[in-house]
Write a protein that binds this ligand. Sequence first.
Ligand code: MG
Length: 351
Amino acid sequence: MVEKIKLAQGAGGQMMDKLIKDKILKYFTKTSVSAEIPLSMLDDSAVIDDIVFSTDSHTVQPIIFPGGDLGSLAVAGTVNDISVMGAKPIALSAGFIIEEGLSSETFETIVKSMSKVASDADVPIVTGDTKVVEKGAIQEFMINTSGIGKRTSLLEKNIKEVKQYRSFKQRWLLDSNLEKGDKIILSGNIGEHGIALMSYREGYGFETEIKSDVAPINRLMEKILSVGGVVSAKDPTRGGLANTVNEFSEKSKIGIVLDEEVVPIPKGVRSACDLLGIDPLEIGNEGKVVIGVVKEKANDVLAEIKKHPLGKNAAIIGKATDKIKGVVLKTTVGGKRNLRKPIGDPVPRIC
Ligand code: MG
């Protein structure tokens, strides 16, 4: 029988991991060996000649949703993947694929929204491409954004601060940089983006209280770096917090203990998840960051994040430890469970 690509293989979990490793990396890795941070590291961006480079295609349905739209998502997505490397995003591209029949008004709404988010983030869109395909060839409208970023003195300052407390050889904030004792900080509420979309799509009614958190986090990252002591950062998008901390743990080869009680989950997200039987830790977010920071700087970094409008509900949610393997969640009822990477995504087509 002919093997066919399944939806879950693009959902950001274990199945997508396998698709990338089995069918993509073996062909592309050789061409990227000269990169300082090559494709094979599967981090949020690559780095070559000190240029941070990332790309992201956005296929969200519906294209306008509570709290955002395809345009805001496409800009924030790439800005965030560059920012979490510790770099300053400096320019974006926008590639449009439009289904014939899309209303011109909707198209313009989304382009305007891209423009607004890009100017709020202060990252210009400097190049692009527009294609229109026959009705049915795609659903409505898809946008690819790529972006480049560069090193700044803020990243140097941050790394200098790390070196006050432990040896550190890396030049970027990588998923693989955690060591035992590092604290894990989450910048705010989780689950809002995925639940807002799912609820709006399926008509569950939660959308009246839950809006997508989509937002560029580059300015928040600047604040974080200015305090210093940060070793890793990642935006918990597809696969949610569960996927992010497992990436940290796998790539850093260190255990991570999370305290479920302190993970900020809004009431509406919690009740939607209970109703639908899904885990809020596996739901995608689009305006959050999870960072690893040396323990001596954790409280200072947390205080700085809390001052930022995107970081009011930030919390120290766990730490890296060599006493366990993988990720262990201390549950609210006093138990412990292994927190694994989701297999697929409980909420598809959200980014
Ligand atoms: Mg990312």
